[in-house]
Design a protein around this ligand. Structure first.
Ligand code: KIV
Length: 275
């Protein structure tokens, strides 16, 4: 079954939890798609986990289009959502629509995601009116790391909690079909989830959200720089990869690899003629 904006929205009504993972390349996207994940997010987290920057701020439209194209080619069933990078939508409503359009036309995403609440509602409205589905993202919005002074849990005091609830209602009103809640206390996420009609997708926002999203390098323990509290390690691929790389180096140096089964043959007479 192909996941669409409509099927994702229906999952909230049916209380069928929405599963979303990030991916940035064809092979990983294909494996995830075959596993049955509902949606794949080409997150601007690629700045950190793929490109090695310390935050997401340097990610460009070119980076996003390049990786979105690869992911889209690997997906038959999952809904592909592309992140709008820093400064591709904050500058103006016009910029937002043009850049969202590029992610759909060139990247072949089926929806875009952008960070912010009330302050980006004009952008959400305009992009939606251009027939491009939008996922909003509130709470800890990594593109605002310099304003927040670090990656901190959001919405912990009454004023901030009220603002997040207001933001969630505003992005719904502006036309977003889903909203990511990042690093929000679980009980606040539950209140927000109950108070709006569009699905909430949590990352560090507890089990009462309508769905969950994780960065795949985090859930497979492949990215050691930073491990947020909300991440569960579903497999330790980082250690498995390091062990495999070490074994390859040892076997190559010892002449064990390549073995007989890995080589192509040729008749001895032909070789003899070469001397
Ligand atoms: O960029 C990203 O991967 C994200 C998720 C953490 C939601 O925005």
């Amino acid at each position: 079954m192909k996941n669409t904006v409509l099927t994702i929205m229906e999952q909230k009504i049916k209380k069928d939890k929405i599963t979303m993972l990030t991916a940035y390349d064809y092979t990983t996207a294909r494996l995830m798609d075959e596993s049955g994940v509902n949606s794949i997010l080409v997150g601007d987290s690629l700045g950190m986990v793929i490109l090695g920057y310390e935050d997401t701020l340097s990610v460009t439209m070119e980076d996003m289009i390049h990786h979105t194209k690869a992911v889209a080619r690997g997906c038959r069933h999952a809904l592909v959502i592309a992140d709008m990078p820093f400064m591709s939508y904050q500058t103006s409503v016009y910029d937002a629509v043009i850049h969202a359009g590029q992610l759909i036309k060139e990247g072949r995403a089926q929806a875009v995601k952008l960070e912010g609440g009330e302050q980006v509602c004009p952008q959400i409205k305009a992009i939606t009116e251009a027939s491009i589905p939008v996922v909003a993202h509130i709470g800890l919005t990594p593109q605002s790391v310099n304003t927040f002074g670090g990656y901190k849990v959001q919405g912990r005091d009454e004023k901030a909690a009220r603002q997040l609830l207001k933001d969630a209602k505003a992005v719904e009103e502006a036309g977003a079909f889903a909203v990511v809640l990042e690093c929000v206390p679980d009980k606040l996420a539950a209140v927000i989830t109950e108070s709006i009609h569009i699905p909430t997708i949590g990352i560090g926002a507890g089990p009462d959200c309508d769905g969950q999203v994780l960065v795949y390098q985090d859930m497979l323990s492949m990215y050691s720089e930073f491990k947020p509290k909300f991440v569960k390690s579903f497999a330790n691929l980082g250690d498995m990869m390091t062990a495999a790389f070490k074994q390859y180096i040892e076997e190559t140096k010892a002449g064990i690899f390549p073995g007989k089964e890995h080589v192509f043959s040729i008749a001895d007479e032909i070789i003899e003629k070469l001397y």
